[in-house]
Write a protein that binds this ligand. Structure first.
Ligand SMILES: Nc1ncnc2c1ncn2[C@@H]1O[C@H](COP(=O)(O)OP(=O)(O)OP(=O)(O)O)[C@@H](O)[C@H]1O
Ligand SMILES: [Mg+2]
Length: 386
């Protein structure tokens, strides 16, 4: 069954979720200049597992953040890009040399304390930072992701959006356009109380919300339909066949009623000064053995379902993009029991990964033999023989 669902998987064996090296995507080097506390240096990373260990506050998450920034144009943790610039510096730079489907790419991102982010692909500046999506595919996984099911709907939308943006430039464009129209509509709603003459502008924003929103809706629906059987299969293996996981998309409006819902909620929206219906209110539901895991699942079930969902994400990217993403695992192993740790490391053996941890012994027991190990200390990342 795994072969049918995920061409990447070789076997259904409990510990054999290997994936052949399709078209590899891999990072060769990451270079930093005034990025957080990291030293200005170029780090060469290996094609398989790269384990970064070190005490707290040494720069491990910052290293992963730099890779995520080059892949998506944003940080997975900073709300403002100036947070990533070294204290006291005016600018920060990150450069990644990577390889996709046999061709070499260079991605540069620079951050300015008093300006916008800039990026270049193969030394050609790109107009919008969103255009970075798709050049370097990553799947990031932190302890926060283990709370995907328990977290608010915002986190689950972020999960869908990040994956869809990496897989489709059209989705990325629609999402940006939808968010822009939403901001404009909300501004107009607030103004309307003082200036009833701008009533007509609401229809303009509604038309844009509907146009982009319906495409987003179709993409999210297709995404959930694809990821659900993949996650279900992985969850079944981790739970030794005891649990059946299903993921469902819960849109706030449908293609046929979105326009009507916007009209009906207009008075309420004017009072609140914000748009109460639309794709920005969507959610995903996780069902384990016919019950909503958010309400009825145990903490362990919720975490296993989140883990299954993240692993399914790797399989889905492979299927859609015919290329393996780079896995960025931030201190997630310490959050899992030994069995799940082993399962995770073995499932991603054929993917390039960067794994951070504080204690190295447990990780090394299950990590592939050809792993590269680095010690992170005071912002310096140094290879270490094992
Ligand atoms: N803009 C910045 N300039 C300089 N240093 C910074 C900046 N932002 C954060 N730091 C510092 O960088 C250090 C490394 O942070 P980071 O989150 O990467 O640590 P870590 O190794 O992941 O630690 P932990 O194991 O606790 O997660 C911290 O001491 C932090 O205070
Ligand atoms: Mg950290």
């Amino acid at each position: 069954m795994l072969n049918r669902l995920t061409p990447g998987y070789r076997s259904l064996g409990r510990r054999e979720m290997r994936v052949p090296a399709l078209n590899w995507m891999r990072i060769h080097t990451i270079a930093f200049k005034d990025f957080r506390n990291l030293q200005d240096e170029t780090i060469e990373i290996g094609p398989g597992a790269n384990i970064l260990f070190g005490e707290n506050a040494q720069g491990k998450t910052s290293f992963l953040e730099a890779a995520h920034l080059c892949a998506t144009g944003r940080s997975q943790r900073a709300s403002a890009s100036r947070e990533m610039i070294r204290f006291g510096a005016d600018e920060a730079h990150v450069r990644i040399n990577c390889e996709k489907k046999g061709s070499a790419d260079r991605i540069d991102v620079h951050l300015k304390r008093d300006g916008k982010k800039g990026a270049a692909l193969n030394q050609v500046p790109i107009k919008k930072i969103g255009d970075l999506f798709g050049n370097l595919l990553v799947v990031s996984f932190s302890p926060e992701d283990l709370k995907l099911i328990k977290a608010g709907p915002n986190e689950r939308r972020r999960f869908m959006d990040l994956e869809l943006c990496q897989m489709s430039k059209v989705y990325c464009f629609d999402l940006q356009s939808y968010c822009r129209a939403l901001r404009q509509r909300n501004l107009a709603l607030k103004d309307l109380r003082k200036r009833p003459d701008i009533n007509d502008t609401i229809c303009v924003w509604d038309a844009q919300l509907i146009e982009h929103g319906c495409r987003i809706l179709r993409a999210r629906k297709a995404f959930t339909e694809k990821i659900s059987p993949l996650a279900s299969l992985i969850h079944e293996i981790i739970s030794d066949g005891r649990e059946l996981l299903q993921i469902q998309y819960k849109p706030n409006a449908t293609e046929s009623d979105f326009s009507e819902k916007l009209k009906r909620s207009l008075n309420r929206d004017i009072i609140s000064g914000s748009t109460s219906v639309g794709l920005h209110k969507d959610d995903m539901v996780f069902i384990i053995n016919s019950s909503d895991a958010r309400t009825y699942g145990s903490q362990g079930q919720q975490r296993t379902a989140s883990l299954s969902c993240k692993l399914a994400e790797i399989a889905l990217i492979r299927e859609v993009k015919q290329s393996s993403p780079v896995l960025l695992l931030d201190d997630v192993l310490s959050e899992l029991d030994k069995g799940r740790q082993r399962f995770l490391l073995e499932s991603v053996e054929d993917v390039q990964s960067i794994i951070t941890c504080t204690g190295i012994e447990d990780v090394l027991k299950n990590a592939p033999g050809d792993s590269k190990v680095f010690r992170v200390s005071g912002g310096s990342v140094a290879p270490k023989a094992i």
